[in-house]
Design a protein around this ligand. Structure first.
Ligand code: GDP
Ligand code: MN
Length: 387
């Protein structure tokens, strides 16, 4: 489970790794008008808390010099998102004067079966295109743990870039303790800012916890870590894979889902979401199902294809949900993808009856429904999702 930046930074703080001063605001705070823009420390940085890489390059990080700037960017990010991503939470931090950007991470090395430190005196948004030769890598023995000579070896490029040696040693040690104690698979600081006086600050933070260990700790295992879509999906127990296309597919049964994925790809389409409903959704409360479908629509796919053959579930129940949701969203003037329903099996006739006279497309063959989805997505405006 990946933690958003502000939660990762809260853990950094707890383990004595210095981070900038900041506050987190949610979309609800924004809508309720509770934000006092004048109380923000200036200059500041407004950071979208979406759990994707490269927010900086995708304009999810906004540097602000005045409180008017802050207000403008908060409104823009909540109202319009950035590069196709919907924003639900923002972290607003003091802007730090960046002297040098370095890179430090510790992660599981599955091949070696231990943790590995990666360190470079040069970090920042271009880290992936940098030559790996500038990166120091050190495997940590599971038996004897992190050793003094390894800390010195890792600290060297940072010290050469101007970092204080003592502080650097402490950060490496603390990051390793955090990883071990919190059952993390990865803890990354990029950029680790080296200031002109040699002091260090984690300007960004990324932590991934081991899913198998997460339930042990109730404090971190809150709904807050999940996006609204993930939270709604968890309630139903659905399986979900996020991809970077513009067609969302909901199917019942992994076989049906895989076949649809292949057929859509063959017809030149690409998926933004692949969702296998599974048994949980069939016994779920109708409100939970409706909420989930709405959250799928909120990701703004160009096309939403629902394809299923029901033997236990009832087609008409789903058709009804879809019809009601469409009506509600139209009344609210909310985003509506092009909807294709391919419902076969129990009560399929009733489902067709319910869907008549709506803008939902009803198809009999799953193959044709997939081709239709690909064609509609191609014809529609490009709305590529990168969440
Ligand atoms: P990412 O692109 O998702 O990894 O987001 P980061 O939090 O790493 O921010 C991207 C880039 O924005 C950083 O590498 C910095 O160059 C810049 N940035 C972020 N915070 C600050 C800040 O407080 N001050 C300044 N000057 N630049 C910042
Ligand atoms: Mn970063």
């Amino acid at each position: 489970m990946r933690l958003p930046e502000y939660r990762s930074k809260a853990l950094f703080r707890q383990y004595g790794i210095r981070v900038p001063v900041g506050v987190t605001i949610t979309k609800e705070d924004y809508h309720s008008g509770l934000i006092n823009y004048d109380s923000v420390v200036m200059p500041s940085v407004v950071k979208a808390q979406n759990m994707i890489g490269g927010r900086g390059k995708a304009s999810g990080i906004r540097i602000c010099e005045t409180s008017e700037d802050v207000k403008k960017h908060i409104i823009d990010l909540f109202e319009n998102g950035f590069s196709g991503n919907i924003v639900d939470e923002l972290l607003i931090e003091e802007k730090i004067a960046i002297c040098k950007e370095a890179y430090l991470s510790i992660a599981i090395d599955r091949g070696a079966g231990n943790f590995c430190i990666m360190a470079s005196g040069k970090g920042g948004v271009e880290i992936e295109s940098m030559s790996p030769s500038g990166m120091r890598m050190t495997g940590i023995s599971n038996l004897i743990g992190l050793q003094g000579f390894q800390i010195m070896y890792t600290a060297k490029p940072f010290v050469e870039a101007g970092a204080d040696l003592q502080e650097m040693k402490t950060i490496i040690q603390n990051l390793y303790s955090l990883l071990k104690k919190e059952n993390a698979l990865l803890a990354e600081i990029n950029p680790l800012v080296i200031r002109s006086d040699g002091s260090l600050l984690a300007a960004d933070a990324k932590i991934i916890l081991d899913d198998n260990a997460v339930k042990r700790d109730e404090v971190v295992c809150t709904k807050n870590n999940l996006s609204p879509l993930e939270a709604a999906g968890k309630e139903l127990g659905v399986n979900m894979v996020k991809l970077d296309g513009n067609i969302a597919v909901i199917s019942n049964g992994a076989g049906e889902g895989m076949t649809s994925l292949d057929q859509i790809a063959q017809a030149g389409g690409s998926l933004s979401l692949w969702i296998d409903l599974g048994g949980g959704a069939l016994s779920a409360k109708p409100e939970a199902l409706d909420n989930f479908i709405e959250k799928v629509m909120d990701t703004r796919p160009e096309v939403l294809l629902f394809t299923a053959f029901f033997q236990i579930g009832k087609c008409d129940v789903f058709a009804n949900s879809f019809r009601n949701i469409c009506q509600k969203r139209k009344e609210r003037n909310d985003y509506l993808p092009q909807i294709i329903l391919r419902l076969d099996g129990r009560n399929a006739d009733k489902a067709k009856e319910i869907s008549k006279g709506t803008e939902m497309l009803i198809m009999d063959s799953s193959g044709e429904a997939c081709v239709m989805a690909a064609n509609l997505a191609k014809a529609g405006k490009k709305n590529v999702n990168t969440h």
